[in-house]
Design a binder for this molecule. Structure first.
Ligand code: AMP
Length: 172
């Protein structure tokens, strides 16, 4: 099954900059049967996990995250780029290769004791999801797992997230 999903993901060399091979998942999303298969297999892992909320990371994490949330009967929480959320937010700055960026979440997005999974399309160096984990320190919630459609294992994101449970469906 993983091989069929892999066949649907397109490599774009030198995007967005020279030396990066961008994993384009739009070709997978366009295939209804394969998209459903991907979501169903991620969801199967959590059906008995009593997940209250899926935390999706802008923007492709929203696509995977909301489909997963629907399947699990869970809510979805949006972690967004600065200035996008309309209400009071918590904010976490994080370092990129060049410069820094930030992510925000509504300050009342997650109730105490909620069981959450954090979802993004792809785990690369782990910097983004690490920032989201720190952002969630504002809440007294339980992070069940960090889950990804794709993992670039050679970038050792898991090492950076050493004390967190991490799952991915497709590995390169
Ligand atoms: P990182 O913080 O390094 O783990 O990067 C993860 C974020 O950047 C995710 O939101 C991915 O969508 C995006 N990303 C990083 N590298 C790639 C890649 N090679 N192909 C597609 N998306 C990527």
């Amino acid at each position: 099954m993983v091989e069929k999903l892999k066949a649907k993901i397109r490599d774009i060399p030198d995007f967005p900059q020279t030396g990066i091979v961008f994993k384009d998942i739009t070709t997978l999303l366009q295939d209804g049967a394969e998209f459903r298969r991907a979501i169903d297999s991620l969801a199967a892992r959590y059906v008995d996990g009593h997940v209250d909320l899926v935390v999706g990371i802008e923007a492709r994490g929203f696509i995977i995250g909301s489909a997963l949330a629907y399947k699990l009967g869970a809510g979805i929480v949006l972690v967004r780029k600065p200035g996008k959320l309309p209400y009071k937010t918590h904010r976490m700055e994080y370092q990129l290769e060049y410069g820094s960026d930030a992510l925000e979440v509504h300050h009342d997005a997650i109730p105490e004791g909620a069981r959450v999974i954090i979802v993004d399309d792809l785990l690369a160096t782990g910097g983004t999801v690490e920032a989201v984990v720190k952002l969630l320190n504002h809440f007294k919630c339980e992070i069940v797992e960090l889950t990804f459609l794709v993992e670039l294992t050679f970038l050792n994101g898991r090492k950076r997230l050493a004390d967190m449970p991490v799952h991915s469906l497709i590995q390169y």
